[in-house]
Design a protein around this ligand. Structure first.
Ligand SMILES: Nc1nc2c(ncn2[C@@H]2O[C@H](COP(=O)(O)OP(=O)(O)O)[C@@H](O)[C@H]2O)c(=O)[nH]1
Ligand SMILES: [Mg+2]
Length: 348
């Protein structure tokens, strides 16, 4: 099958062509860049939703509900599950042709799992390009579920137009997420497992952190350390006030925090509503469009970094070997050595 045939197959949303194109892109198989170039003019229509949060928070369960909600509006939904163990509605499903059991017979849903490693050029590169295949194939919403909240996941969220951060009460998710920089990339927070104790506390902690910024995390952990839960609650008034003020200010998006019980489907409508509002903000305001542009710039820089590193490591492989020996024998320091390698690469 030629690249042109494959492009045509993807544009016709032929399931086998889509699966094949995704595999080719994921493996960075020969010709995959031509494939992506061919698909590019047909992308940009899908709304890309990143779903992140600690393992066990309920991301997959909530994604399953989101698929249901978007399908009921008639949208076609693509899912890229970076977590290969995603137990969508029960049965754990692996491999290229995974289907969420509940959505298995639905032609309007396409699910692909990505392994967490083994991608040429990194996981975020793979995820971004696999998403583009789904976009070209006409999926209206593409959900990218990450496995956790590490650096890779942060990069994966750069691909998304909206990022939903899922948390569960009593897991210390708030503090952990703030350390990992997840708070900054969150557009909507879902405090899932609201059937469990502590959900309101998690909501309050989040409100506090959002209203006070990064400094609050340290303060919060200190308060918690002294067992003064009431002290944290004392700030809630200030937090809610800041949120209310933010709501009328279209230059700023203040991430809403919604409680839900994904396993029962409770509160999911509100999460969907918040995501809709975020989309409207991104599409309808200058600030939103500027942010979208920033994300594109981030993606381009990532792609450039990957391409440059790939090219340098390939072109300089002999020099690098020599360099390692030089540093090992202490003939040269690693800093000068790095400078020389960069110079050698630029001279090419
Ligand atoms: N009690 C409760 N359990 C839930 C809820 N949502 C998901 N779970 C359970 O939490 C576990 C982890 O869910 P999963 O969606 O796999 O989390 P993920 O690792 O973030 O994708 C599963 O056993 C779910 O059934 C909820 O709202 N309440
Ligand atoms: Mg999962």
């Amino acid at each position: 099958m030629t690249v042109v045939d494959l492009v045509d197959g993807v544009l016709a949303a032929d399931t086998r062509a889509v699966a094949r194109a995704m595999r080719s892109v994921d493996d960075a198989a020969p010709g995959y860049l031509d494939l992506l170039k061919g698909l590019w003019p047909h992308t940009g229509k899908a709304w890309i939703l990143g779903v992140t949060g600690n393992p066990g928070a309920g991301k997959s369960t909530l994604c399953d509900r989101l698929i249901e909600a978007y399908r009921s509006r008639g949208s076609r939904v693509g899912v890229v599950a970076v977590d290969p163990s995603s137990p969508y509605s029960g049965g754990a499903i692996l491999g290229d042709r995974i289907r969420m059991s509940r959505h298995a017979l639905d032609a309007g849903v396409f699910i692909r799992s990505l392994a967490t490693h083994g991608h040429l050029g990194g996981l975020s590169r793979s995820a971004r390009d696999v998403v583009r295949v789904l976009d070209a194939a006409g999926y209206d919403v593409v959900i990218v579920e990450t496995v956790g909240v590490g650096q890779d996941e942060l990069e994966v969220t750069h691909t998304a137009h909206s990022t939903l951060v899922v948390m569960a009460p009593g897991m210390g998710d708030e503090v952990q997420a703030s350390k990992a920089g997840i708070l900054e990339c969150a557009d909507v927070f879902a405090v899932n497992k609201a059937d469990r104790e502590g959900a309101d506390g998690t909501v309050r902690d989040l409100e506090l952190m959002i209203s006070l910024g990064d400094d609050s995390i340290l303060a919060l952990s200190k308060m918690r350390g002294h067992g003064a839960h009431g002290a944290a609650a004392g700030f809630v008034g200030a937090g809610s006030g800041a949120r209310a003020a933010g709501a009328g200010d279209e230059a700023r998006w203040t991430p809403p925090i919604l409680k839900c019980i994904a396993s029962r489907g409770d509160g999911v409508t509100d999460v969907v509503g918040a995501l809709d509002r975020h989309r409207a903000w991104v599409e309808g305001t200058a600030a939103g469009r500027a942010r979208r542009k920033t994300r594109l710039a981030e993606q381009l820089r990532e792609a450039l970094r990957e391409a440059l590193i790939g090219a340098a490591v390939h072109d300089l492989r002999e020099c690098i070997e020599e360099a390692v020996e030089g540093v090992e024998a202490r003939r040269i320091d690693p800093y000068t050595c790095t400078e020389r390698l960069v110079e050698a690469f630029r001279a090419r």
